[in-house]
Design a protein around this ligand. Structure first.
Ligand code: UD1
Ligand code: PEP
Length: 427
């Protein structure tokens, strides 16, 4: 199993190109199941999760071809997906267990084929992560769903019907699943208290290009008029806002100065405000954004994760790593997932001073972190350890790198190009 070795103490300087968004690409790829026409996606990142999604879609009968993006290596992949015929309506355990987003095939398969069998999903171990909202929404559209042998077994013998559904809790995945199901349902679907994440907007815009009328894009009420067939479309994936925020925090940690090429400051506005309060400068540039912290210490700030436009839970671990070196204390409250503090014991091994009280973690800044052998427990936890390592004395080795490879494209290359002393240890 690959590991990452990082020797702390180097300031990050230069530029980092931001990849296409993982969490936007995955539902966009699934949208190909809605039609027998081609869907072309540009700027797809090269990540383990994308490979897993290709594997899943192929076994459903989707033909997938990948070509290098406009500028080869640096501009992601262009994926062409075509689901001429659905070969199987079963999403098997062996693939689904690797990745939570696999459950997104449920709505589209059900809408197109009137049946689907989807293994209950896996994904990062950050909480219970039930799928009750996906189920309730599809049931409101006329589906019958049972759980049998670890599978969601869904049927809609007369097809799905448009419905009004109010999410009792904001869910990114359930909003995506229902939007895609609604695209092929009979009549109009209204989704209230829908998620407003930029990845939802990206999916909505792609559905519009595919011929579906979606109103209220970017708001908490989405109205979708179902169609009988969708058309060929081409769509460019938005830049990854979580990768952008992660590198902004890494740069801040090393008191560096880096341009995040292709990064969009408007997609991380809440996190940017928090970083500014902590003493970091972020500004828009013609090619993306610049992050620097060239004078002064970091100041402890309080952070609470919330659905978009709040502070993203997917940046919580990275923010905590940054706050371990701030002057003063920082209270970090996680409201989206119930057990997303798995990085705390590992950060503590590096000398961080963090105490957990229920859903909050009190981080008292320390003058020094020390390199250690640590274990990545989930995707964002992994990268938080890498951020801590960049400012630690001596060597850190991050084990179980497969978590990181799910969501960060060539992380070690991107950081090394800015001066980090980092290497991947194979095997
Ligand atoms: C592939 C992808 O895009 N993953 C993102 C997506 O995950 P995901 O779509 O799984 O996250 P959700 O927004 O659905 O989850 C938010 C909260 O709702 C709960 N919930 C969700 C569905 C449901 O049926 N019942 C229920 O109770 C979850 O347990 C969690 O507490 O959004 C999360 C929240 O921004 C991010 O951390 C993940 O990176
Ligand atoms: C939690 C994440 O991914 P997943 O939903 O696939 O577990 C993430 O991207 O941070």
């Amino acid at each position: 199993m690959d590991r990452l070795r990082i020797k702390g103490g180097q300031q990050l300087k230069g530029e980092i190109r931001i990849s296409g968004s993982k969490n936007a690409s995955l539902p966009l790829m699934v949208a190909a199941l809605l039609t027998d026409r081609k869907l072309t996606l540009h700027n797809v990142p090269r990540l383990a999760d994308i490979t897993t999604m290709i594997q899943l879609l192929k076994q459903h009968g989707v033909e997938v071809s990948a070509a290098p993006g406009e500028n080869g290596h640096d501009r992601g992949t262009t994926l062409t997906l075509q689901a001429g015929k659905i070969a199987s309506t079963t999403a098997p355990y062996d693939i689904v267990r690797k990745m939570r987003a696999s459950v997104l095939v449920l709505g589209p398969l059900l809408a197109r084929e009137r049946e689907a069998r989807v293994s209950l999903p896996g994904g990062c171990a950050i909480g219970a992560r039930p799928v009750d909202l996906h189920i309730a929404g599809l049931k409101a559209m006329g589906a019958e769903i049972d759980i049998n042998g670890g599978y969601l077994v869904a049927k809609a013998p007369k097809g799905l019907k448009g419905a009004r559904f109010t999410f009792p809790k904001v869910s990114v995945g359930a909003t995506e699943n229902l939007m895609m199901a609604a695209a092929l349902a009979k009549g109009t679907t209204v989704l209230d208290n829908a998620a407003r994440e930029p990845e939802i907007t990206d999916l909505a815009e792609c559905l519009v290009s595919m011929g579906v009328a979606v109103r209220g894009i970017g708001t908490e009420t989405l109205t979708i008029d179902g169609v009988t067939s969708l058309k060929e479309a081409s769509h460019r994936v938005i830049p990854d806002r979580i990768e952008t925020g992660t590198y902004a925090m890494a740069v801040a940690m090393t008191a560096g100065d880096v341009e995040l090429v292709g990064g969009r400051l408007d997609l991380i506005e809440t996190a940017a405000q928090v970083l500014r309060s902590a003493g970091v400068t972020l500004e828009k540039t013609p090619n993306g954004m610049r992050v620097h912290r060239t004078n002064g210490a970091l100041t402890g700030v309080d952070v609470m994760t919330e659905p978009y436009p709040g502070f993203p839970t997917d940046l919580q671990a990275q923010m905590m790593a940054l706050m371990t070196r701030a002057e003063g204390a920082s209270m970090i409250t996680e409201t989206v997932f119930e057990s997303r503090f798995m990085h705390v014991p590992e950060l503590s091994r590096m000398g961080a001073n963090v105490t957990i009280h229920h859903e909050s973690a009190l981080v008292r800044g320390v003058p020094k972190l020390r390199g250690a052998e640590v274990m990545a427990t989930d995707l964002r936890a992994s990268v938080s350890l890498a951020i801590a390592a960049l400012a630690a004395d001596g060597d850190t080795v991050v084990n179980r790198l497969y978590h990181l490879d799910r969501g960060y494209e060539r992380l070690e290359e991107k950081l090394a190009a800015c001066g980090a002393d980092i290497e991947r240890l194979k095997g």
